[in-house]
Design a protein around this ligand. Structure first.
Ligand code: SF4
Length: 363
């Protein structure tokens, strides 16, 4: 491939997914500075938080998630290990009794067959996070540790580096969905700082309940343009299924809504928090190809961003895959001869990102 082709590829990839790098920068900023605006009111470090990306529900995935945590309870969460508790385990672990008890007496009715609960119990036993024994042919359980109430608030951030009028219009429907459902306690839009004040017209397109944050890649700082309203995550929510059509005298299609009960919301919030706990935001290496000889991590301040030596640019997560025409596996000798980290640079990059995630966990 000629340099010209490479440069064309670089330009194209920068245009194809400019949100990816912006998203990583937003995550890094949130990890360091959360909550927004804290330095203006002397409130810094008052809300320890973990940050993750690309999480949500089947219907709605948020770009950046900030889970504000209770530091003491968060420390106790570590007893259960770095892996998430999935929804099935969350039907068991938080309800496990302090003393031995038959599992069906101890746990709330799951609403699905008990045999699946038994599977979860055995999984928890294998992970060493639940005491399990058999007495009179009955499975009894006992907790190892009380599952702590570690999640304080969940904040969703949509990243739109180029928030022009049409992007704001498209985004507004997603934000209206978030506001109506109120699964998160707060919703924000993060956009690239341009040095100009945000157009009032853009503010009008975005629901008034959503906050607006401008992120400056150069100074690695962010400014609040508009503070969000707190949403009532404990109250019933409304799922907007269809928005309807107001065309014609009586409208041509009705809007459809669905009720989301508080129990469903509480379960979903804990599932999202658990996934954020496991995943963090540096897990991008898991879906990219750090085992490609061209894969690099380039430093931007204290942030390590993926960079492709072959394309000469920050590659997107979607193009950095096994189907990339320039993918070239790292030579076997990199993995065996003299490379300081066992397994070669690709494995080393994954380990490095994993270590950073551990180091940046609050608590
Ligand atoms: S697979 Fe290799 S060549 Fe392709 S984008 Fe990723 S690092 Fe670059």
């Amino acid at each position: 491939m000629s340099d010209a082709d490479r440069n064309r590829g670089a330009d194209a990839s920068a245009e194809a997914d400019p949100e990816f790098l912006f998203e990583l920068r937003t995550c890094r900023w949130a990890e360091r500075e959360w909550p927004p605006g804290s330095d203006t009111d002397g409130d810094s470090n008052s809300r320890p938080a973990i940050v993750a990306r690309q999480l949500g529900t089947g219907r709605r995935r948020w770009d950046t998630i900030v889970v504000e945590v209770n530091p003491d309870a968060f420390g106790q969460r570590a007893n259960f290990g770095p892996r998430r508790l999935d929804s099935d385990l969350l039907d068991v672990i938080p309800h496990a009794p302090a003393d031995w008890q038959y599992y069906r007496d101890a746990l709330p009715n799951p609403g699905y067959p008990w045999r699946y609960v038994r599977e979860s119990i055995h999984r928890a036993d294998d992970r060493g996070i639940l005491d399990v024994r058999k007495r009179n042919n009955r499975i009894q359980i006992r907790r190892k540790w009380a599952y702590p109430d570690w999640v304080e608030r969940i904040v969703a951030v949509e990243n739109k580096p180029d928030l022009d009028a049409s992007a704001a219009r498209n985004l507004s429907q997603q934000l209206e969905y978030d506001v109506a459902l109120a699964l998160a306690d707060e919703v924000w839009v993060a956009t690239r700082a341009t040095g100009e004040s945000v157009e009032p017209a853009l503010l009008e397109s975005v629901p008034v309940e959503a906050g607006i944050l401008t992120v400056d890649a150069d100074s690695r700082s962010a400014a609040v343009e508009w503070f969000p309203r707190s949403l009532d995550a404990d109250a019933p929510g409304t799922r907007i299924l269809e928005r309807g059509d107001s065309g014609g005298e009586y409208g041509s299609a009705a809007a459809r809504f669905e009720y989301a009960d508080p129990e469903w919301k509480a379960d979903k919030r804990l599932e999202i928090a658990e996934r954020a706990y496991e995943k963090g935001w540096r897990s991008f290496a898991e879906t990219m190809r750090p085992d490609c000889r061209h894969f690099q991590l380039r430093r931007e301040g204290r942030t390590l961003l993926p960079y492709c030596g072959a394309k000469g640019c920050h590659q997107t997560s979607s193009e950095c895959s096994g189907s990339c025409p320039e993918f070239s596996p790292e030579p076997p000798q990199w993995r065996t001869n003299g490379w300081p980290i066992e397994g070669g640079p690709g494995k080393g990059i994954r380990k490095l990102l994993e270590k950073r995630r551990e180091r940046n966990r609050p608590g």
